[in-house]
Write a protein that binds this ligand. Structure first.
Ligand SMILES: [Zn+2]
Length: 278
């Protein structure tokens, strides 16, 4: 796990074990608010050990940005904290969390001790925390999934975006147009930093360009899959034919994992377009 200070009392923790997934923390004199948990207990414990020393009031809240394993599997280690998420997030975790966790444990021995802990504080749309001198707003950021939220730190203008912002937009479980709307909305927020769900923290000078590139990419994959479908290209060929580079992105981010994400995105667009045609 790599620890980085974004600004005074604001930290980002990046996994070195899984897909550069991030967690964050806002430390105040009235306690600490954590954003996401990292998936593997070893790294989550490292983060907790550091944070317990930072505020006398301890860790009070853990926000889950969405229900995906790599963001929530550490929940159970924050015994003293409330787990906060959107109502939808809790609902998805309640319905499929145990089954998914059992499957994950079968594949990944490091998860053997993980227990599913559901969010115990949920909200329908928006929520606000007044913690010490800090004001923190939770707001919907859908598209990567339908249960996504962002954590916005007022004053410093830092957004913890969950997987709504990643080194490559990722819609396999989500909705392309919704994610485009979300990216455009984030651009309007005029932010200083974005903590992405995976990968590096975005600096002010990179934000507009990154968000625009994401919107353009989501247009590009739609157009390219549509053209391939018109020439009756098979699903398998289409996924191989449309390169990530031809959609405006390089293949190196997230240690090359973006290539897989891109293929899944193409499949998602293919599914959506063929379902419509039927
Ligand atoms: Zn995710």
């Amino acid at each position: 796990m790599r620890k980085e200070r974004v600004t005074e009392n604001v930290y980002v923790f990046t996994s070195e074990a899984y897909a550069q997934v991030t967690a964050g923390a806002i430390v105040t004199n009235e306690g600490t608010l954590v954003v996401d948990t990292l998936p593997f207990p070893r790294e989550t414990r490292e983060m907790i050990d550091f944070l317990r020393g930072e505020s006398k009031r301890g860790i009070r809240y853990v926000i889950n940005t969405h229900h995906h394993a790599d963001h929530v599997y550490g929940n159970y280690l924050f015994e003293e904290a409330d787990i906060v998420a959107s109502e939808r997030c809790r609902e998805v975790m309640r319905k499929s969390g145990e089954k998914n966790l059992a499957e994950a444990k079968a594949q990944t021995p490091e998860l053997a001790e993980v227990q599913l802990r559901l969010p115990n504080v949920t909200f329908p749309d928006k929520m606000m925390f007044h913690l010490g001198e800090r004001i923190v707003r939770l707001l919907p950021l859908n598209g990567h999934t339908a249960d996504g939220i962002g954590v916005y730190l007022e004053g410093d203008k830092i957004l913890f975006a969950g997987d709504a912002v990643m080194p490559l937009p990722y819609i396999f479980w989500g909705d392309r147009v919704t994610l485009q709307e979300t990216l455009k909305m984030i651009k309007e927020m005029n932010l200083e930093n974005i903590v992405q769900g995976h990968g590096e923290v975005l600096l002010k000078g990179e934000i507009d360009e990154t968000l625009d590139a994401g919107v353009a990419y989501l247009d590009a994959i739609y157009e390219k899959v549509k053209v391939k479908l018109q020439s009756r290209t098979s699903k398998e060929r289409l996924v191989n034919d449309i390169s990530l580079e031809s959609c405006g992105f390089s293949s190196i981010a997230l240690d090359g994992l973006v290539k897989q994400l891109h293929r899944s995105n193409l499949l998602r667009v293919y599914q959506t377009l063929t379902a419509k045609a039927r």
